[in-house]
Design a protein around this ligand. Structure first.
Ligand code: G1P
Length: 301
């Protein structure tokens, strides 16, 4: 059976983005024209995912509404002849099947994934974090490549990594410990460390919000105790799978498919500017505006 199932955790409180996230999910923040989670779903769909389980939480119901069909809005636009705006809602009818469940206690990412177990059962699945976009306008096939690699190498864990330019950022991410020297973009994983200090970090390769797992992850998650930050960490369960002889594969994100982390203001602002600058209608005008504002001559790099 094709691997066409993804769990998308969207239950986090978004505390690093307060007050913007006080009464709306961070996954619904707009980046350019669309909310973050719409890019995530489009990326998954392009990679062959047909079933998505959102693990939501309190105050996240606007995500459910967003992927539903809004009949009233559709007929209003149709009757007023607003065809262009109507086309923007075409995603409501895409061929993805959505399911929703709730994480009722904030016990961390590992716990959120474990909540998906009764739905996933005994089959491999993708995990895609709902607050990260991969590639400009989500034009990334990294998940498809990860699935291929999962099947080819008979792995238990496939993770994609972003190379951090600034080593001080390791404290914000799960960090890879590769097996031996890395020679290409695909490498074997020895282990991982969740949010290490700069000195402890085994590399500058940061877990970039996309994973493929065999069901072996669930039996480890069930046993995983609270770790970093008092939360049940997905990284800790992955380490246990590897320690017990499971195979782990890392794939480096290509430079032209950057990851946009919408989990803090600094990277959210950057993502918004990048996406707005590439808007087909308003991008050019925004660039002129920014150049003027920053006193950069037109044509200068
Ligand atoms: C989580 C994971 C971390 C990973 C990150 C990717 O951290 O625990 O390993 O690198 O997502 O976005 P969080 O951002 O939820 O603190």
């Amino acid at each position: 059976m094709a691997l066409d199932l993804a769990v998308v955790p969207v239950a986090g409180l978004g505390t690093r983005l307060l007050p913007a996230t006080k009464s709306q999910p961070k996954e619904m923040l707009p980046v350019g024209r669309r909310p973050v989670v719409q890019y995530v779903v489009e990326e998954l769909r392009e990679s062959g995912i047909k079933r998505i389980l959102f693990v939501t939480g309190y105050g996240k119901s606007s995500i459910e509404d967003f992927f539903d069909v809004n009949q009233q809005l559709v007929s209003h636009l149709r009757h007023s002849g607003k065809e262009e705006q109507l086309a923007e809602l075409a995603f409501e009818r895409n061929q993805v099947q959505y399911a929703y469940t709730r994480q009722r206690e904030q016990l961390g990412l590992g716990h959120a994934v474990l909540i998906g177990e009764p739905f996933v059962g005994n089959q491999p699945f993708v995990v895609a974090l709902g607050d990260s976009i991969i590639g400009m306008h989500a034009k990334s096939r990294i998940v498809e490549r990860m699935i291929e690699e999962y099947e080819r190498s008979n792995a238990d864990v496939v993770v994609c990594f972003e190379e951090l330019e600034n080593k001080n950022e390791v404290v914000n991410y799960g960090i890879a410990q590769p097996k031996g020297q890395i020679t290409g973009d695909v490498f074997e994983l020895e282990s991982l460390v969740e949010k290490p200090s700069v000195d402890e970090a085994p590399s500058n390769l940061a877990v970039a919000a996309r994973y493929v797992f065999s069901p072996a992850i669930f039996s480890e998650l069930e046993k995983t105790e609270r770790g970093k930050g008092g939360e049940i960490q997905l990284t800790d369960a992955m380490c246990q799978v590897l320690k017990k002889g499971g195979k782990g594969i890392g794939i480096r994100l290509p430079k032209e498919e950057p990851r946009f982390d919408i989990g803090n203001f600094e990277s959210y602002f950057q993502a918004f500017v990048d996406f707005a600058l590439s808007d087909p209608q308003f991008g050019e005008g925004l660039e002129i505006y920014l150049r003027k504002k920053l006193s950069i001559e037109p044509g200068a790099e």
